[in-house]
Design a protein. Structure first.
Length: 363
């Protein structure tokens, strides 16, 4: 008998999450022996799996995202402790800059050790994502940097050549966080690896876990966060969290690890010429993912669901794939009257030929 599992959600906002269509994805995949999600993000589909999980492998290119999921699985209390902090603009900028500076070394350690995680980085990243307005959290694409421990607008610093040596000479005084920023400087021109300075969400306008917190004072807030982290930890206990390029978890050695039928949900960043930049780690791989689907869609041991915009993967329909339309609801993409609002009606799911159901009656 199939076991029913309580659906969960991520404790932070995420552009492009697929909670709305998670049930349609699972109706197409069925109760697979091994579930693989190479672009994990907020994990909306996995967290809404309707039956007891078996082997599950998830991955994200962004080390801060992978670290959160790995940390909350292994140390939910630690993540909760670091995430339990009131909204404060000064702390938001200081922690933001620290996280941006730590991204490279943190990602290297995640890739090198499958069990490594950093609970502080996870808790601070989640807290900041909930307090941040709009997109761009931890992208590092901003002018504000730390110089001698002081938040500084790099646009006001003297221009000292492309290498930014004037900034780099001061970085050794900043400790570990400064060295993390220093490693990033050569790749980013004069401004270095900085942050944007924005007002945080204040009061009820907050996102993610802040919006759901009960009015129970400090003690109630901490217990609420801890309970959420514990639920996530229990759900992810058997999940393997990888960090790196999507192709690392879609090769035969990973896909065949559990035996039986493998379900793959692919939600790559949509083509950049179709949308605004909204992710901290942008990766133009939609065409590569489409090619992988074309090459593997006829494998009877694979059930694949691919998300994208109309026009991105339509060629798969000539290979026996079925496309279904759905409409995104809410989120950053629907703010204003721009391209994001128009794109909401272009959302598609493509189902490979061996899926259980094409979920034709989508909405």
């Amino acid at each position: 008998m199939t076991q029913t599992v309580k659906p969960l959600s991520a404790p932070f906002p995420w552009f492009g999450g697929k909670a709305t269509v998670a049930d349609k994805v699972w109706s197409a995949l069925g109760d697979v022996s091994h579930y693989v999600e190479p672009f994990f993000g907020s994990g909306a589909v996995l967290l809404r799996r309707p039956h007891a999980p078996q082997l599950e492998t998830v991955n994200d290119l962004d080390g801060l995202v992978s670290n959160f999921w790995r940390a909350v699985r292994a140390d939910p209390d630690g993540v909760a402790d670091y995430a339990d902090w009131p909204c404060n603009e000064a702390d938001l900028h200081a922690r933001h800059l620290w996280l941006v500076g730590e991204r490279e070394s943190l990602t290297d350690r995640l890739m090198g050790d499958a069990d490594w995680f950093d609970a502080k980085a996870a808790g601070w990243w989640m807290w900041g994502a909930c307090n941040w307005i709009g997109s761009g959290w931890c992208s590092g694409n901003g002018p504000w940097i730390a110089v001698d421990g002081v938040l500084t607008d790099s646009r006001q610093l003297p221009h000292l050549g492309d290498a930014g040596m004037g900034i780099k000479r001061k970085l050794p005084h900043l400790g570990d966080a400064g060295r993390g920023i220093n490693r990033q400087l050569p790749h980013l021109g004069d401004a270095g690896r900085g942050i944007n300075r924005k007002l945080p969400h204040l009061g009820n306008a907050g996102m993610g876990i802040n919006r759901k917190l009960p009015h129970l004072g400090t003690a109630g807030r901490g217990e609420f966060i801890r309970s959420w982290m514990l639920d996530l930890a229990a759900r992810l206990r058997q999940a393997r969290v990888a960090c790196g390029d999507w192709s690392r978890v879609t090769g035969p050695s990973v896909l065949r690890a559990g035996g039986g039928i493998v379900g793959v949900f692919l939600d790559p960043p949509y083509a950049l010429n179709e949308r605004a930049e909204v992710y901290a780690m942008e990766s133009p791989v939609a065409s590569e993912v489409s090619a992988w689907c074309a090459a593997n869609g006829n494998d009877p041991a694979l059930r694949i669901v691919l998300a994208g915009y109309d026009g991105e993967h339509n060629q798969l329909e000539g290979l026996g794939w079925t496309a279904q339309t759905w409409k995104a609801r809410g989120g950053y993409g629907l703010q204003g009257d721009g391209r994001g609002r128009d794109n909401a009606s272009r959302e598609r799911l493509w189902f490979s030929p061996h899926c259980v159901s094409s979920a034709r009656d989508l909405f």
